[in-house]
Design a binder for this molecule. Sequence first.
Ligand SMILES: Nc1ncnc2c1ncn2[C@@H]1O[C@H](COP(=O)(O)OP(=O)(O)OP(=O)(O)O)[C@@H](O)[C@H]1O
Length: 605
Amino acid sequence: MQETGSISIHTENIFPIIKKFLYSDHEIFLRELVSNAVDATQKLKSLAQLGEFKGELGELKVRVTVDKEARKITISDHGLGMSGEEIKKYINQIAFSGATEFVEQYKEKDAATKDQIIGQFGLGFYSAFMVAENVEIFSQSHQEGTEAAHWICDGSTSFTLESTEKAERGTDVVLHVAEDSDEFLEEARLRTILTKYCKFLPIPIEFEGQLINDTSPIWTKQPSELTDEDYKKFYQELYPMSMDEPLFWIHLNVDYPFNLTGILYFPKVKDELQFSRNKIQLYSRQVFITDEVKDVVPEFLMLLHGVIDSPDIPLNVSRSFLQADAAVRKINTYITKKVADKLNDLFKKDRAGYEEKWSDIGMFVKYGMLSDEKFYDKGKDFVLLKNVDAKLFTINEYTEHIQANQQDKDGTTVVLYTNDAEQQHGFVAAAQERGYDVLNFDQVLDPHFVGQLEQKLEKTSFKRVDADTVSKLIEKEGTTESVLTEDDQTKLAEVFKTAIANEAMHVKVAALSPQDAPVVITQNEFMRRMKDMQRTGGGGGMQMFGAFPDSYDVTVNANHPLTQKVLADGGDKLAKQAFDLALLAQGMLKGEALTAFVKRSTELL
Ligand SMILES: Nc1ncnc2c1ncn2[C@@H]1O[C@H](COP(=O)(O)OP(=O)(O)OP(=O)(O)O)[C@@H](O)[C@H]1O
């Protein structure tokens, strides 16, 4: 038999279009052809299992070889093969119409969407023409009594089909590599592509005599069959460059209402701003698709590593469509829930181990709570708050811990925190002396997290320890009486104002305990937060706060022996000294002012 013919498709010359537009992604031809070979092999295995194929299966390997001299790449399988009629049906019709459909969709899209389609659309068999000027198929069907067939085509709509001799069952696809695709004749290049896309395919893939893949990666197995070592080993396999072991992992496995398996690893995070290059890899039936999993994995979990395998993730559509896709949304929700359950489980079953890992997982948890309401609802039970003594509490435990001592006169629980325990040491110590507890909120996300907790927790407010003098941080019933008359207080304030001589420092005299410091410099919590937000790009209405210079409250303690001495003395030297001491305690005394202070101190001594 010999036949030449013309393939009937709607678009003439799809070949140049595909070749031109898919330039950046030519390498996927190999993924497509090897996947087809694997599919054909698996189909034959299924037929054998069903008893519909009774012959010898033999060794079911897919072989890829390259002959640089002859400019040939060959992909051979021992799968179910095709008869001449089947080639006409599956290749001439299905493969070509798939490519036509692609081009039609593609032509309508704008440039940005085009970029996204590339690499997500399985172009199938036709992608061979991105690198080959001629493609041949030699195929022997598994069905007894069929002649082997030989098909040749140059990507245009005409083809030749003839019968041939082929000893073994299965299909050889031979690519005659085009002039402009020399790179694909390099063994190293082909090996890299195979390793990228075919590393976990379910049928052995041999390239130039070497096995490329692990046919049963651990995500396809049951968790009960696996040990911790297996998970760690697989992590190494996924990220050979990674130095650290993962902290823990989640084995995903769901078959209804969508199909998904995979393993998500929690990595060790060295510092918060280090964004990892190890990304989650997305597979579809063990074929690598992409590591751009945005939209499939919730944003806050992008820091995780691992693999997700799902045939239900539509790969042939654009990004905007993906976001709206119901299956993708469900996958998102499922993953979020799984991660929350795992964390909750770790927390419940091994509190000590969980606390040990907290410095690494704290950021995920807080980020998750901030970005996802549902995650907040779960996370509030296992998020931990650390105090300055490095003790960890859940939110409930903490509220209970401070309730008795840190309620103000209106019954609001006041949570005190520091964002820099070193710098605010004086304030922290003063609060602790009062029996107050102080939390450490010194991570990048903490300002936002404080804001969120304040909104969510009833009758609770948050104050940074240096937001006010210790007696005012939590306002209780009953006030301390001043030992000074009102006249004296006004006089005292004047002395300090003159001594400080700075518009940004608002002096006020208050009756604090004699044990408190003589002078305390604070920045109002509200004003400070507004300015912080403005600095981190809060924008909008915050602009006006940013425009103000930093301003501070200087509280002079009327009941402290030193301030009484200042009043008796009348001069501003002592006042200046007391003010500078307060600045010094906060690390705000610098440069010339510091030199002047040291000089004055020596004189006073
Ligand atoms: N190595 C092969 N052995 C047997 N049949 C094959 C082989 N390669 C391709 N085919 C047949 O040709 C058809 C078309 O292949 P093509 O790769 O274009 O599309 P597909 O595999 O159906 O879908 P996809 O676009 O996801 O790759 C296949 O469905 C299959 O029936």
